[in-house]
Design a protein around this ligand. Sequence first.
Ligand SMILES: [Mn+2]
Length: 237
Amino acid sequence: MRPLIGVFAHAPRENVTFAVQTCPETYLMALQNAGADPVILPVYDDEEALSRYVQLCDGFVLPGGIDVNPLTYGEDPHPRLQGNRLDFDECELRLIPLILASKKPLLGICRGCQILNVAFGGTLYQDIVSQHEGALGHSQTEIRLGAPCHRIRIEEGSVLAELYGSELLVNSFHHQAVKDLGKGLKVTARAYDGIIEAYEAPEYPFVLGVQWHPEQETNADRKAVLPIFKRFVDACR
Ligand SMILES: [Mn+2]
């Protein structure tokens, strides 16, 4: 039986003439290729609906997207904060505890990794360049989305170490990042400037946050796409 994976929709970066909830196709394709059936779940401010989604699906993906509003972790906006949607943040912050309580697998990617950290009580860099001294370029200049941008160093004993060993080349499309790690999370990869690129939650069967976009890596020569999604989908069976 192919597991049913709920991918949460998010707001587009640009303001559009009518409100939409969107999901890049690459997440759906990566999950399908890894042996799952994805469904897009609407962001919906109704606790009962969110509980139904959590019952319905075997695992969940929190995808990339726009900035997280800093009010969610008790800070005022930095001048370099970009477009954000507090209502989406608040919905995800109501949803995440329900998923965690179900013990079902949860994969947070980019913004998903950031909001998941906030749900665990952590904070974010609102803008890496202005708030983290010595930061390397996390806003990728190589034009192809799946091309590598920087190296990450992986901690021994982690899911990522099982999949990739001690170092991996990843893409990078973020100006925000995890600052203070939430309680119960464990850093499992960092960039060489110290920025947290991945964490796990050892008390749960499968909780993984990655700051890069494995779903974009469609080049067969690169190895980053399928291992993460396969491992995640296996955990959802
Ligand atoms: Mn990065």
